[in-house]
Ligand binder design. Structure first.
Ligand code: HEM
Ligand code: CU
Length: 648
């Protein structure tokens, strides 16, 4: 098939049947109700989930590129022994910026963005549950990311690693403002993630299309649900930790100072109680993407829906019981060593169940080897590989040997890039036509894939050996007689190959947005509801709100599938359904576009940023937040007709 060609989809013809006059009228009315306001104000006040979701994705991708440039610079420095691209101080800042950017500003917000963009469409509703909260979440995230990157340019970039251990990050060993910037960036991004997950849970629980009972939800939606709950339970730990750290540094408390009765290990416990679930927060949504793509490109239902869902939920629970494996080198009691080794190995069980379900899906499927599937197949190889080195590290005895070496760096890049970035690219090739109406070029896409795949393995495979040969992580250089030179050079060459692949990807996106083959509504003949509307979707998502009669909504559609009627089109209304069985419950009017979320985000921006320099920042910010929150919650004038109805 030629590049970017469109698959026929006999079941659902692309051209809509001719519209009746009533339908055309309804469409025009919906258009008026849901379209954003114009101009700059319209841009800043937009609260629709597709807009905010897209902004999350674009912003997170820009941070990914920045983090990638930081990685390139580090690899340049490490390519030869004793080179001088970066001095030790700058190297410390760059690896901290890279790690913090990738984890807090790229991976988690990207997964939230993908969920926010897709979930409401997939469950057949017109918007997410709390639109203004989403806008607030986005602006808060943006301010936190800008804060850290601007500080870096001003030589105030954090330099104590992405997990900022005390006492190194405490007031005694890290004077200056660098660590405070890091701590507040954490506060911003976690606040944003909490807001986003509250919205995600409410959306999934209450706005599903009639008929989409819990046991018919697409696996993608399940993955987002478990992820949102994990955020809700893990992020407060790290917010608390960063708050304590900021207080120790700024107003002289002693939470982490053993000399005054504090506890330095408390930091590690709080951080990793968040930090380990964090990897599942990144990874579960990737599994959701993977399941979506796999079903469509193997042309069959995913094998074992129930075990898949249970495995995800199990990971959600077990993921909270392993955090201490990051602390094996702190000298644990014997019982702790055994318990956390056992728990770490146990989480491989549900992951294994999932891998086998997917393999069974592939086994019985009619594979269509298109670009999205390339990335998913590569995922299997890379993730299993990274998972295996993870099981090795989960064993206390081995971990002590390779702790803080490049073996660990190799391991977590295999799971993070193989387990999250690869599925993300697969998902991007899959959903791009939905949101632009055009296909990405297949030829450029193949170049992107092969360069990225080869470059990735060239970069990270040698790092296992480097680690076993004793090369520590976070060193800015090494002596020529260590025997580490050749493998390091290889890793750097690999990084540049990956970078070329990425450039081709960006070119592909810009080129295909305007000139790619026109996609039609459902170019892959996919099963979920986002493909039941036009590409790109209109501002109201669906002209007729859909109903569902199976797990694979479009594949199980009846000829006379009912649609939802009775939801007003002259107001931004959504249909609220019941939690378990998604029976229609009531209609809810949604708040429209507003500048207040931006204003509240700016107030908290003032609070957190100024408080790096003076505790008065909190007071000023709280005052501003009081004013802006009042504006946000100011009651709206009721509709005239409702006033009339209420007369006796
Ligand atoms: C795009 C290709 C990437 C390359 C070439 C790369 C390379 C590196 C290098 C060279 C280091 C520092 C090693 C050291 O001196 O200790 C590092 C650290 C790290 N990377 Fe990456 N990386 C990449 C992508 C990612 C991604 C996508 C993530 C997460 C989603 C990530 C997360 C991290 C973390 C958490 C650290 C640890 C930082 C620290 O020690 O504080 N990296 N990476
Ligand atoms: Cu862990």
């Amino acid at each position: 098939m030629s590049s970017g060609s469109v698959l026929p989809s006999p079941a659902l013809p692309d051209a809509p049947p001719l519209e009746s006059e009533a339908e055309a009228r309804e469409r025009a009315q919906l258009e008026r109700t849901w379209s954003p306001l114009g101009g700059l104000k319209g841009w800043l006040s937009d609260v629709h989930h597709t807009t905010i979701g897209r902004r999350f994705i674009v912003t997170a991708f820009i941070f990914f590129l920045l983090g990638g440039v930081e990685a390139l610079v580090m690899r340049l420095q490490l390519a030869r022994p004793e080179s001088t691209v970066l001095g030790p101080d700058l190297y410390n800042q760059v690896f901290t910026m890279h790690g913090s950017t990738m984890m807090f500003l790229f991976a988690v917000p990207m997964m939230e963005g993908v969920g926010l963009l897709l979930v409401p469409l997939m469950i057949g509703t017109r918007n997410a549950a709390f639109p203004r909260l989403n806008a607030f979440a986005y602006y808060t995230y943006l301010i936190g990311g800008l804060l850290m990157n601007v500080s870096f340019l001003l030589d105030m970039g954090p330099d104590t690693g992405w997990f900022a251990y005390v006492p190194l990050s405490g007031p005694e060993y890290s004077p200056g403002k660098r660590v405070d910037v890091w701590a507040q960036m954490i506060t911003f991004t976690e606040l944003s993630a909490l807001a986003g997950s509250v919205n995600m849970i409410a959306t999934i629980f209450k706005l599903r299309a009639p008929g989409m009972s819990l046991n018919r939800m697409p696996l993608f939606v399940w993955a987002q649900l478990v992820k949102a709950f994990m955020i809700l339970f893990s992020m407060p730990a790290v917010m608390l930790a960063s708050l304590y750290l900021a207080m120790d540094r700024l107003i002289g408390t002693h939470f982490f100072n053993p000399a005054e009765g504090g506890d330095a290990l408390l930091w590690q416990h709080l951080f990793w109680f968040f930090g380990h679930p964090e990897v599942y927060i990144i990874f579960l949504p990737a599994l959701g993407i993977l399941s979506s793509v796999l079903a469509v490109f193997a042309r069959r239902e995913i094998f074992g829906y129930l075990p898949m869902v249970l495995a995800m939920v199990a990971i959600g629970f077990i993921g909270f019981g392993l955090w201490v494996h990051h602390m094996f080198a702190t000298g644990l009691p014997q019982l702790g060593q055994s318990f956390f080794t056992a728990a770490s190995l146990m989480v491989a069980v549900p992951s294994g169940v999932q891998i086998f379900c997917w393999l069974a899906t592939l086994w019985g499927g009619k594979l269509r080897l298109r670009l999205p599937l390339y990335w998913i197949l590569a995922f299997f190889a890379l993730f299993v590989f990274g998972g295996l080195s993870g099981v090795m590290l989960g064993a206390y005895a081995l971990d002590l040997q390779v702790h803080d070496t490049f073996f660990v760096v190799a391991h977590f890049h295999y799971v993070l890039i193989g387990g999250a970035v690869f599925p993300l690219f697969g998902g991007f090739y899959y959903w791009f036509p939905k949101f632009t109406g055009r296909m990405l070029s297949e030829r450029l896409g193949k170049w992107h894939f092969w360069l990225f795949f080869a470059g990735f393995n060239l970069t990270f495979f040698p790092m296992h050996y480097l680690g076993l040969m004793g090369m520590p992580r976070r060193v800015y250089t090494y002596a020529p007689d260590r025997g580490w030179t050749d493998l390091n050079l290889l890793a750097t060459v690999g990084t540049f190959i990956m970078a070329v692949g990425l450039v081709l990807f960006v070119v592909n996106v810009f080129w295909s947005r305007k000139r790619g083959a026109v996609a039609g509504d459902n170019p892959w003949d996919a099963d979920t509801l986002e493909w039941a509307t036009s590409s790109p979707p209109p501002p109201y998502n669906f002209l007729h709100l859909p109903t569902v009669r199976g797990r694979y909504a479009l594949w199980t559609q009846a000829v006379d599938q009912p649609i939802v009627t009775g939801v007003r089109s002259d107001r931004p209304e959504v249909l609220v359904t019941r939690l378990m069985d998604a029976e229609p419950d009531h209609r809810m009017e949604q708040p429209g576009p507003s500048l207040w979320p931006l204003a509240v985000a700016l107030s908290s921006g003032v609070a957190f940023t100024v408080s790096i320099f003076t505790p008065w920042g909190i007071v000023i910010g709280a005052g501003l937040a009081l004013i802006t929150l009042t504006g946000w919650f100011w009651p709206k004038k009721p509709y005239r007709e409702e006033l009339l109805e209420e007369q006796p």
